[in-house]
Write a protein that binds this ligand. Structure first.
Ligand code: DHB
Length: 404
């Protein structure tokens, strides 16, 4: 296979495996630095565009989308949020990001980030092949790695590159190319999953609502004025089809109910999915000419919406070091990548784990566990330091000055 004849061969400095937001943002940033890329993805553009993902961006990420010329659509269609509501024991607590840490987040769905990036690539003449199959990534231990793939029309192609970036998501094939005896995989599983819905209903609250309740966790998010995104904690083996709309609304209403009389605005449910998740990191993030970015190297549970933000931080660092490596500084520059990326990765790993454990009810938890958890929640929402910690972690860390 590795040397079977192909229908075309192209040479570019960087081949990108995975054309989700991380792969495309990297291609975009490298394009701005005059570095040509070819990005490939096994999914079609339509598949990526229609797969619901998280919806919260750090302000720095929003700023980068506009500032690097991807698109300014976020300024029109996105919504800046200056806080979130945390509900505990039926009481609402506002976490005021602006007041606590001078920061904000942007509600702008990942699918829109993807559309903006794919459009920007098309506008700027970047090469992206969607819907490919039989991907082979070869010779990553050498300085002449290759990517081979079959196009949707059945023709076979080869990309020759100096570097290959594996941005191929949580089921990455690229990460398996780091030899088993040279890599470490860290991770933990959770005894619950999320039931995610899209509903045609008006907005129920001005900001996101994260609810801890005796019945389990719920998250009320938004997509547009007329479409809402909501999640509730469920068993990992739950089947989405087993849930009627009525049962879903009843479950969500019970989890957000409280002494303030808060109720969700209901409407037809247009999508139901059970989302399983885990915490995972593979080190190293670089092997020879292969660099891993985003979910390929690390995944976090969804609570706090760190995943996309983290992936885009990886590619921001890569977009800084790769041009220097290609421009004559040589491979040694790439050694900067992993430590810079990993510091944020492990901070986000902790935060996502912590926020998940803080807000979900573990099956089989003892009465001590439950009371202790309420004590912890009280420490978070009931003290300024607790609220500031949550606000600081949730809104992200400044890119330049990670010490603060
Ligand atoms: C969304 C998802 C999250 O995991 C989160 O923490 C906040 C919002 C969302 O899909 O909108």
């Amino acid at each position: 296979m590795a040397d079977a004849p192909v229908d075309s061969v192209v040479s570019v400095p960087v081949a990108v495996v995975g054309a989700g937001p991380a792969g495309l943002m990297l291609a975009h940033l490298l394009g701005r630095a005059g570095i040509e890329t070819v990005a490939v993805d096994t999914r079609t553009r339509h598949e990526i565009e229609t797969t619901q993902r998280a919806g919260i961006l750090e302000a720095d990420v929003a700023h980068d989308l506009v500032g690097t010329g991807v698109s300014d659509r976020i300024l029109r269609d996105g919504h800046e949020h200056e806080g979130i509501e945390v509900r505990s024991a039926g009481r609402p607590y506002r976490i005021d990001f602006k007041q606590l840490v001078g920061a904000s987040t942007w509600l702008y769905p990942q699918t829109d980030v993807f559309v903006d990036l794919a459009d920007a690539r098309a506008r700027d003449g970047g090469t992206v092949h969607f819907g490919i199959r039989d991907t082979e990534v070869l010779d990553v231990a050498t300085d002449a790695p290759r990517v081979r793939y079959t196009a949707p029309d059945g023709t076979r192609h080869e990309i020759r590159a100096r570097y290959v970036v594996g941005a191929d998501g949580s089921r990455s094939m690229c990460r398996d190319l780091v030899p088993e005896d040279r890599r470490v995989r860290y991770g933990t599983e959770y005894p619950f999953a999320w039931f995610g819905i899209l509903a045609e209903a008006p907005t129920s609250a001005p900001e996101l609502v994260y609810a801890h309740s005796a019945h389990g966790f719920a998250l009320i998010s938004q997509r547009t004025e007329a479409v809402q995104r909501m999640y509730f904690q469920c068993a990992p083996d739950e089947s989405a089809d087993a849930w009627s709309d009525d049962r879903i609304w009843e479950t969500l209403q019970a989890r957000v109910a409280g002494e303030d009389g808060f109720r969700l605005m209901e409407g037809p449910i247009t999508e139901k999915t059970v989302l399983r998740f885990r915490s995972f990191v593979q080190e190293p993030m670089r092997w020879g000419s292969l660099l891993l970015a985003g979910d390929a190297a690390h995944t976090v549970p969804p609570t706090g919406a760190r995943g996309l933000n983290l992936a885009l931080h990886d590619v921001k660092v890569l977009a800084e070091v790769l041009p220097r490596a290609l421009g004559g500084a040589g491979e040694a520059v790439l050694e900067e990548y992993e430590p810079r990326a990993l510091r944020r990765v492990w901070r986000a790993q902790h935060f996502s784990y912590w926020m998940t454990r803080l807000l979900h009810t573990a099956p089989g938890a003892s009465s001590f566990d439950l009371r202790r958890q309420l004590g912890e929640l009280d420490n978070v929402v009931g003290t300024r330091a607790g609220r500031a910690y949550l606000a600081e972690q949730y809104t992200g860390w400044p890119t330049r000055d990670q010490a603060h």
